[in-house]
Design a protein around this ligand. Structure first.
Ligand code: PRP
Ligand code: URA
Length: 242
């Protein structure tokens, strides 16, 4: 029998009938307009299955995490403002298109958030990146701020805040408080995240209703140690040291 671990859905290409599609656990639905959950495609579910598997070694964990990070960055960039931009093609015709408007920067919540920096650089060449070192206390799960170094003109930029794991939400809330204290308006912050808990989403979305969250998956909840379940364990350890 299949383990029941949250909402399930038939996942597969549209040309297959539901009976031909395998059933997989998909993200819990969220009711907040400012929370965007990536489309639960067969690719995304397969990538998440790889990084959740405790048998996946570090090289594969990095490889498959990077693929999900790339999807998150591409979706995050869709939430930046664009303006009309018309170009002339080599055959002398015009194409009425768009281009990005505004300055951006990334801010990673160290250590695990640094794993998302390369994905952002791959899409936005020479993007400025700030750092905030916040660590969760292993006993109490309370976040502690140790250090931050941010671009001087961060108040004029759109900020892509990076952290793969969103458990109680304490670390992300602390990071947003730092950004707001430097003059970044809430509506110019996009929080990119791989796996969120419903508790973290609720804490965050009610505290910062204008800030947008882009996540790959909202999981079932938290365990007694405030780890996300089913989750993937400690992201930082699996990406950097295990
Ligand atoms: C993890 C994770 C988040 C935080 C999430 O970092 O990367 O920053 O925990 O938990 P929260 O939502 O309950 O605050 P951790 O402090 O374990 O440090 P690490 O990045 O060094 O692994
Ligand atoms: N940090 C992680 O890396 N994983 C969790 O499940 C919670 C916090």
């Amino acid at each position: 029998s299949r383990p029941q671990v949250g909402p399930t859905q038939c996942v597969g290409p549209d040309y297959r009938s539901p009976s031909q599609k395998p059933i997989a656990t998909v993200s819990t639905e969220v009711k907040y307009d400012n929370v965007v959950v990536l489309s639960q495609t067969p690719q995304l579910i397969a990538l998440l299955t790889k990084i959740r598997d405790k048998e996946t070694d570090r090289a594969d964990f990095i490889f498959y995490s990077n693929r999900i990070i790339r999807l998150l960055v591409e979706e995050g960039l869709n939430h930046l403002p664009v303006v009309e931009h018309t170009v002339t093609t080599p055959v002398g015709r015009t194409y009425a298109g768009l281009m990005f408007q505004g300055k951006i920067c990334g801010v990673s919540i160290m250590r695990a958030g640094e794993a998302m920096e390369q994905g952002l650089r791959d899409c936005c060449r020479s993007v400025r990146i700030g750092k905030i070192l916040i660590q969760r206390d292993e006993e109490t799960s309370m976040p502690k701020l140790f250090y931050d170094k941010l671009p001087e003109d961060i108040a004029d930029r759109w900020v892509l805040l990076l952290d793969p794991m969103f458990a109680t939400g304490g670390s992300a809330i602390m990071a947003v408080d730092v950004l707001k204290s430097r003059g970044v308006p809430e509506e110019r912050i996009l929080f990119l995240n791989l796996i969120a808990s419903p508790e973290g989403i609720q804490n965050f979305a009610t505290k910062f209703p204008k800030l947008r969250v882009v996540t790959a998956f909202v999981d079932q909840g938290l365990d007694e140690k405030n780890y996300i379940i089913p989750g993937l364990g400690d992201f930082g350890d699996r990406f950097y040291t295990m």
